[in-house]
Design a protein around this ligand. Sequence first.
Ligand SMILES: Nc1ncnc2c1ncn2[C@@H]1O[C@H](COP(=O)(O)OP(=O)(O)OP(=O)(O)O)[C@@H](O)[C@H]1O
Length: 252
Amino acid sequence: MYAAPVPQTPTGETPVIETRGLSKVFRRATAVDSADLTVRPGRIYGLLGPNGAGKSTTLKMLLGLLPPTKGDVRLFGQPWNRQALSRIGASINGPSFYGHLSARQNLAVHAHLLGLPATEADHVLEAVELTGTGRKKAKSFSTGMKGRLALAIAMLGNPDLLILDEPQNGLDPEGIAALRTMMRRFTETGRTIVLSSHLLGEVSSVADDIGLIAQGRLRYQGSLADLAPDGDLERAYFTLAGGAHESQAVTP
Ligand SMILES: Nc1ncnc2c1ncn2[C@@H]1O[C@H](COP(=O)(O)OP(=O)(O)OP(=O)(O)O)[C@@H](O)[C@H]1O
């Protein structure tokens, strides 16, 4: 395990996530190659990269869903440990819920599984503005509503960190704007979000910091403003990610 003293960011805060040499090899294919991530508290960190860049694999390793082949992960200043997961809410691999249950019933089931009071369900339902869905079954929700429900499930238990894999997928501009507002609200209290996306425009509309990954390697990490001081994010992205012809980056 990575056993260096608790590292700090230039501003002196302990990172919420810090990885060193994080790598994942599937058979002989390297999906993530020596990634050194630093995620600061209170920030929205956008993990950006083309399809197949290694974003989901990275998030899964942070959550212990995949064992790293090499490298270390620290969460909240401590070497990776299961207890830290109780401080993390996550939505990976798209929304997953019981289709025959309402939003509130879904949340009540998840709250129960987490040992939380049922009132917690109402709390997150309100946070994602799904209180008006009543008895409507989740299977008949629109993509945007399903996205909100997935976010609500991840927010149960008042986590300090949200890890969201492509939360903007399938959302219309209104849904993306609503998600942005919910995410901003979440981080206003010093909490942190890591989200992945291959959509440059959507990440740039919400993220404070960017980790740009391509072919498993972290090509850039820092503030969104520093990624493209001239304001041309698309050019910066294509330069770092390896060229428009290879990349799936899309601006809305
Ligand atoms: N379980 C697995 N077994 C073998 N290869 C895998 C597995 N999971 C991912 N990969 C490979 O690892 C690489 C990175 O995949 P990953 O899903 O992390 O990319 P991504 O950046 O999340 O892509 P996308 O934006 O398309 O979701 C890809 O080449 C993928 O095919």
